[in-house]
Design a protein around this ligand. Structure first.
Ligand SMILES: C[S@@+](CC[C@H](N)C(=O)[O-])C[C@H]1O[C@@H](n2cnc3c(N)ncnc32)[C@H](O)[C@@H]1O
Length: 300
């Protein structure tokens, strides 16, 4: 008789082995998932970051970035670390949120805002006693979108800026990004859509970086705000929320779009990202203003 190691597996043995493998795999998945579920709960409780609202695959990918970066071998191990380290909370939030932005991102969209939306808003307030125009950049990351809008109003109003009460609020869930936004210091590559004369007028070059000048800052405010779990701020004439909702589950996107609709004044504008769409009831509430550039109007 051949020794055991040369013996071929019978079909029945193969099936048994397959089943065992399957069982072990399922148990491992279950263990990973129970660790993951617990981790989600702890993240929500300790950081206020509402994990359930994010698309599962996106969320898991982002968490895994930190699990790997900290050398943790399992979600449980990472959880232990997270419970001990407050700095890891910050890093985790940073990993969960994608903060890339640039000045005048999608320049064609900003062209419509500059040529049509800004003049419309300015004109509509020209006869009012208090010429107030309120703008909200929701999910503003490191502030480029906010400063871009400020440049447009500054450019359009020139010396008349003081006659108007322009207020642009930039909000984000990520405090590290907001800190950068407040500092207003940027590497050259995020200014690639800004021509030389605009750079000169609104920025000062510091070594390899550009810092926003004070003439823009007076109309800008940055604030931490979680658009999912905190109530909406309101009475805006323009709300821009681009490249944020795309990471959320569809029902959350729709709810947010309805919230933004409520937060707008009559004849207020709403701008979303080029890869985003209005969903469900929200798509009936807004009137397309420039569908290609994802600009919508709240008629009444
Ligand atoms: C890709 S950036 C978009 C920046 C800018 N709007 C743009 O289009 O260039 C997405 C931002 O959304 C923020 N964000 C994610 N979830 C959020 C939430 N629940 N509330 C507020 N901001 C959130 C992230 O922190 C990140 O800074």
């Amino acid at each position: 008789m051949k020794p055991d190691k040369y013996r071929l597996e019978t079909d029945a043995e193969k099936i048994k082995t397959e089943r065992e493998r399957e069982k072990i795999k399922t148990e491992r998945d279950f263990e990973e998932d129970s660790g993951f579920e617990l981790l989600k709960r702890v993240i929500t409780e300790s950081t206020g970051f509402n994990c359930e609202q994010y698309k599962e695959a996106h969320f898991r990918r982002r968490v895994n970035v930190r699990v790997r970066a900290t050398g943790s071998e399992s979600y449980e191990e990472y959880l232990k670390l997270l419970r001990k380290s407050s700095i890891e909370h910050e890093y985790l939030i940073k990993a969960l949120t994608i903060n890339v932005s640039e000045f005048f991102r999608n320049p064609e969209t900003f062209e419509v805002i500059e040529k049509e939306v800004v003049p419309f808003l300015i004109k509509s307030r020209s006869d009012s006693l208090v010429k107030s125009i309120r703008i909200w950049s929701a999910g503003c990351a490191t502030g480029e979108e906010v400063y871009s809008l400020a440049i447009l109003f500054h450019r359009a109003l020139g010396k008349d800026l003081d006659k108007y009460r322009i207020s642009i609020i930039g909000t984000d869930i990520d405090t590290i990004s907001l800190e950068k936004a407040r500092k207003g210091i940027y590497p050259e590559n995020v200014l690639k859509n800004i021509d030389a004369s605009t750079r000169e007028k609104y920025f000062v070059k510091k070594g390899e970086t550009y810092q926003v000048l004070d003439n823009l800052r007076s109309i800008i405010r940055f604030k931490r705000h979680d658009m999912i779990s905190e109530s909406c701020i309101d009475h805006f004439d323009l709300i821009i929320c681009r490249n944020v909702m795309i990471y959320f589950k569809k029902e959350i996107q729709e709810q947010l779009q309805l919230n933004f609709h409520r937060a707008l004044n009559k004849k207020g504008f709403f701008v979303i990202g080029k890869a985003e769409t209005l969903l469900g009831t929200a798509s009936n509430r807004f009137k397309p203003y420039n569908a290609r550039e994802r600009l919508y109007l709240k008629e009444n």
